[in-house]
Structures are given as structure tokens and as C-alpha cells.
Design a protein around this ligand. Structure first.
Ligand code: EPU
Length: 446
């Protein structure tokens, strides 16, 4: 009997209390590589991207691009992907993909730029918040695209795109990226004001410049894209930046288990704010070389307060990891989540491990307890799920973390990397009792 993926629910079995030691290598940034893949649609020729992590989200993006008739090739050993958009036969991104991975909405800007037309499913909300795309749509309209929403799809059409000033109400990462992509082949210059400043935006700008585009100011709040002609774009080989959120997750695990380990293949400056907060909590963090840090912690952590903010502020994607650390810290810590309406999904699960957390809308007050105890836990989304793994490694006794498909979206070889650091973690395939008929029940015991 072969079970489908949905029927086989995987879980982590974790034995906590083991200090993590050794070395871990960080992969390419999920939130960058997905955008670089979309940007490759602009180039009528093969683009090779290195440092591509093997993640569910990367597979979905590859599928979205393939559906457009674009040739793609993923090389597992090399961790590279080739995208050859010499020909584009379809300008649609279907709901079945966009609903699984919102980041695929980014193909909108690239398609409008290259083909002057796109039909992309509207992503809708997700577990962590409403996550509207109104700034993306207004931005493309400002460049002259006619935008229409029909049957759950955004239809964008333009005879030509013309550069313009676009002011974002908030520095949205996705909107900045979509507008950058749309502006690459527009006539004249586009100025994005109050642009997002994340390292992933800088990576996208560097990639675009490497294919022949003209982008200035990425990493500041004002980005200028001087439009170029399609003939000026050319194939390139490009390496994705390291994943700062994966690095921050490992930093949390090492600190939380009072371990000592080196984290390699990162850009430490991208983690400056988070590093500073961990040091305030009592962690030791040393630069080993320009791309490696040593993280250690001997004592119980001190509590801290923080507010999540767009880069260079405290990253919302590491808020849940910091909460996992605060639950056993000495004192009371307050977290304010300012980016998403519903990003405290880990709270009820952490409470089941013994955490003392009071939540009031987007504020969480965490009173440190001496220890957490292992429990059966459920991942509600990617980062909440990862924080439960951090907490389970810190806890006394055994835990189970279910719904691993959320975690697999953003962490490559997660359990293998933790095992290499000495963490006791196993991936187990659990067959849901609901699907066990008399026959399959017998088979499953064989
Ligand atoms: N927003 C709007 N309208 C828009 C766009 C955004 O109201 O048109 C709001 C959102 O609802 C949200 C806030 O602005 O409340 C910030 O959203 P942003 O557009 O900056 O986020 P994103 O581009 O959708 C990316 C990352 C997220 C990360 C955020 C913030 C990718 C694929 N996703 O999302 O990563 O949290 O930036 O840094 O790049 C994750 O990796 O777990 C993750 C959720």
C-alpha cells in the first residue's frame, strides 16, 4: 500500500536537554532565491543561480516557472538551478501554486516587464496574517499597467511601462521587489520611496545589475531603477546570499541549549540586530572569520524587550525563536509584533511545555520559568514550527513536533544539521489513524 504525502504525516521526535556543539553550515536564503528565480524570467537566455537550498518553496517556484513554458534544471549536487526563459509560452501563475506559496506572486512584476501581460492568482491571506498585495498592484499601476481583478486572478496588461515615482505606505518587501522587476524594462526611471531595505532586496538588485539592469540605492529607503532595453539583458551565473533566518534559528538553538558552536557561510552583518539582542540576553557571540561566528552560552539568559520592525530592525521571522529563548529567561520580557496580525501561533504550544505567556493582541508578556518540559506540539506555520523545535531541544524530556511540511518550506536538511551538532532529533513518518482501514492497519504493523 502506498500512501500519498498528505496521508503520511511526518513528525520530529526530539529529546531535549543536550547542549549543541560543533559546526553548522547555512544554506542560501529562501526569501532571496525565490525572487532571483522570478527575476530570471526577464532574461531571454540561461541564467544559473548557485546556493539554491532544496526546499518545498523552491520546488513550487520551479513548477510555477515551468508552467510558463520556461526551461528549468535543478542540480542537487551543485545546489544550482538553471532557468532559461528564451521562450515564454504562458503568462499565467495558477492558484494551485500561488495559494501554496505566496512568494510566487512575485512573477507578476517580471512577466509584465518582459511580456507586457500577466495573469497571476491572488494569494489571499495566510496563517500569520491578512498579507494584502495592494501596494504591489498600485505600484504596477503607477508604471502604466492596467490592472483588473477577476475570478481570483490579477490581470495585468500594458502597451508599454513608463518609469514613475512610487511611494510605499509601509516598506513592503514583496511590493518593493515586484515594482523593481516591473521597472527593469520600463521607459525612463522609477523611484521607489520608503522601499524595503532587507538584504534580500540588495541581493535582487545585485542580481538585476549583473544581468544588465540599472538599479541604484538598494539597501536604502529610496531605490532608483533606470529602465533598459531587453537586448541589454544577458545570461549570468549568480550566487544567492546566505539565509539569515536559518542562521538566526541555529543561533537560538545553540544559545537555548547552552551549547557552543560555529555557524559558517553567513554574512554576520545581516544579523546585527538579532546578535545584539542575544548578547544582551547573556550569549557570547564572536566573529571567527568574515563569514563565520562562534555562538555560546553558559548561564540562564536575561529577559529582554523588543519590537519586530522592517530591516534593519528586529526581524519578524526570528520573533518566535526569541520567544522560545525568553520562556526560560530570568525575568519578564515583552515582545511587540508590529508586522503581522497573527504571528504568535507558537504561544499556545509553548504554554503546553510550561511557558508563562500572557498575550494581548500583538503584545506578548513572557515571564521566564526555570524549565520547559517535553510535549506533543503542532507546527502552525514555518517560523512558529521552527521555534517549537528550538523549545523542544531546550526542554527536559521528549517532545514531538507535528506538521513538518511547514518547516520543510524553509529549512533544508533541518534534522541532519541539528544531529551534526549533537541534537537528538529524528524524523518519523506517522500514519494518520483516520486513513487506516482494516487492511492497511494490518499492513502498517508488518
Ligand atoms: N502589506 C500590505 N500590503 C501590501 C504588502 C504588504 O498591507 O501590498 C503588509 C503585509 O500584510 C504585512 C506587512 O505589510 O503585514 C509586511 O509585508 P511584506 O510585504 O514586507 O512581506 P512579504 O514580502 O509578504 C517577506 C518574507 C516574509 C517576511 C516579510 C517581512 C518572502 C517570501 N517572505 O514577506 O518571510 O516575514 O517579508 O520581513 O520574502 C518567512 O520567511 O517565514 C516569511 C514570512
Amino acid at each position: 500500500m502506498i500512501f500519498s504525502e498528505a496521508e503520511l504525516n511526518e513528525k520530529f521526535c526530539i529529546k531535549g536537554g543536550n547542549p549543541l556543539k560543533g559546526e553548522v553550515k547555512i544554506g542560501g536564503a529562501k526569501n532571496s532565491v525565490l525572487k532571483l528565480m522570478a527575476a530570471a524570467i526577464l532574461v531571454p537566455g540561461p541564467v544559473k543561480i548557485y546556493n539554491v537550498p532544496e526546499l518545498t518553496d523552491v520546488c513550487i517556484m520551479l513548477e510555477v516557472i515551468r508552467q510558463m513554458g520556461i526551461k528549468t534544471e535543478y542540480n542537487k549536487e551543485e545546489k544550482s538551478v538553471v532557468i532559461d526563459a528564451t521562450e515564454i509560452t504562458d503568462i499565467t501563475a495558477k492558484y494551485e501554486f500561488v495559494s501554496k506559496m505566496r512568494a510566487s506572486f512575485i512573477v507578476l512584476g517580471a512577466l509584465v516587464s518582459r511580456c507586457k501581460e500577466a495573469v497571476v492568482a491572488l494569494p489571499g491571506g495566510c496563517a500569520i496574517g491578512e498579507r494584502r498585495v495592494d501596494f504591489h498592484i498600485k505600484g504596477l499601476e503607477a508604471l502604466g499597467a492596467k490592472m483588473k481583478i477577476e475570478n481570483g486572478y490579477v490581470h495585468a496588461k500594458a502597451t508599454k511601462l513608463v518609469g514613475n515615482d512610487v511611494y510605499l505606505d509601509i516598506p513592503s518587501v514583496g511590493a518593493t521587489e515586484n515594482i523593481m522587476l516591473a521597472a527593469v524594462l520600463a521607459e525612463g526611471s522609477t523611484h521607489i520611496q520608503n522601499a524595503a531595505q532587507e538584504p534580500e532586496i540588495v541581493d535582487l538588485a545585485n542580481f538585476l545589475n549583473s544581468i544588465g539592469a540599472d538599479v541604484v540605492g538598494a539597501g536604502t529607503s529610496e531605490i532608483t531603477i533606470n529602465g533598459v532595453k531587453l537586448e541589454q539583458l544577458h545570461p549570468v551565473e549568480y550566487t544567492t546570499i546566505p539565509d539569515r533566518i536559518e542562521a538566526g534559528t541555529f543561533m537560538s538553538m545553540i544559545v537555548g541549549t547552552r551549547g557552543k558552536a560555529i555557524i559558517r557561510d553567513i554574512f554576520p552583518a545581516h544579523l546585527a540586530f538579532f546578535t545584539n539582542k542575544l548578547i544582551k540576553m547573556g550569549a557570547n557571540i564572536k566573529l571567527v572569520d568574515p563569514t563565520s561566528i562562534e555562538v555560546s552560552c553558559k548561564n540562564r539568559l536575561n529577559s529582554i524587550n523588543f519590537v519586530t520592525l522592517p530591516y534593519p530592525g528586529f526581524p519578524t521571522d526570528l520573533q518566535s525563536m526569541a520567544m522560545a529563548l525568553l520562556v526560560t529567561s530570568n525575568g519578564v520580557g515583552i515582545i511587540t509584533e508590529s508586522l503581522y496580525e497573527n504571528r504568535f501561533m507558537q504561544v499556545p504550544e509553548l504554554r503546553r511545555m510550561g511557558a508563562d505567556i500572557h498575550q494581548d493582541r500583538n503584545h506578548a508578556i513572557i515571564k521566564g520559568v526555570k524549565k520547559l518540559s517535553g510535549a506533543t506540539l503542532s507546527a502552525s506555520d514555518l517560523r512558529a514550527g521552527a521555534s517549537l523545535v528550538v523549545a523542544a531541544l531546550m526542554a527536559e524530556g521528549n517532545s514531538e513536533v507535528k506538521n513538518l511540511y511547514h518547516i520543510d518550506r524553509g529549512y533544508e536538511n533541518f534534522e541532519n544539521k541539528i544531529q551534526l551538532l549533537g541534537g537528538k532529533i529524528e524524523r518519523i513518518q506517522e500514519i494518520s489513524p483516520a486513513i487506516l482501514t482494516e487492511d492497511t492497519r494490518n499492513e502498517s504493523y508488518l
